[in-house]
Write a protein that binds this ligand. Structure first.
Ligand code: IYR
Length: 229
């Protein structure tokens, strides 16, 4: 994407200035909170298809995230192909089986009890889309030479947050899923070894019978997650 010659400092006037009154800001902030409070991690999907255009637009939104030196060290692989979803599910379940059969350790398994998860990952085949997030440890100039990326996990995780918010805003449900290890995704999705898969996001509409664990609705109060000075 980058060529060495075009990377010069060139400040332009701030575009898209917001001009809200304090009252408008209060309203906008609480409107967004209301929207995000209605986001739930969903494990039960139906097979209603989702247009590719929606997925593309949400990935574009993720691509607006801030990143170390603006290197944008991410790649999003979007999968709707049923055979590929089946393959990813089979390989993820193989890892999850080891995890739930002892690899995780007792404390971790206990922590997951209220969430009700197990090694069966039906959502990976039923949800119409999977988006696999890859973090790029280094990039390549157009001439093929390598450059280092900075703050890679921070950058990729911010972009992933944007993606989850964008998908929710578009009326879709998501589940962030992290089989461990995830290297099989490089092979399945033909991504280079310089990229590290960080998670699989299942995307779609919920099934009629979808549930969420009640503990998931217990969010820590403001005074616990913040301090003001
Ligand atoms: N990757 C496993 C285990 C898992 C771990 C955490 I931490 C969760 O919040 C949920 C699940 C799985 O997906 O089942």
């Amino acid at each position: 994407m980058f060529s060495r010659e075009t990377l010069n400092y060139d400040p332009i006037p701030l575009p898209d200035r917001s001009d809200l009154t304090d009252a408008q800001m209060v309203k906008a902030a609480s409107g967004f909170l209301d929207l995000m409070r209605r986001r739930h991690s969903v494990r039960d999907y139906c097979d209603r298809p989702v247009p590719r255009e929606v997925i593309e637009t949400c990935i574009r939104t993720a691509g607006t995230a801030p990143s170390g030196a603006n290197h944008q060290p991410w790649h999003f692989a979007a999968i709707s192909n049923p055979e590929l979803k089946q393959r990813i599910r089979a390989e993820a379940e193989e890892e999850e089986k080891k995890f739930y059969e002892g690899g995780a350790g007792d404390e971790w398994i206990k922590a997951l009890e209220p969430i009700g998860t197990n090694a069966v990952k039906e959502h990976l085949t039923i949800a119409p889309w999977l988006i696999v997030v890859f973090a790029q440890r280094w990039g390549q100039f157009e001439d093929g030479t390598r450059y280092k990326n900075y703050y890679v996990p921070e950058s990729v995780n911010i972009a992933t947050g944007f993606l989850l918010a964008a998908l929710h805003n578009a009326g879709l449900c998501t589940l962030t899923h992290t089989p461990n290890p995830m290297r099989f995704l490089n092979t399945a999705l033909d991504r280079p070894a310089s990229e590290k898969p960080t998670m699989i996001i299942a995307v779609g509409h919920p099934s009629e019978a979808a549930t969420v664990p009640s503990v998931a609705k217990q969010k820590k109060p403001l005074d616990e997650i913040s301090s003001f000075f």
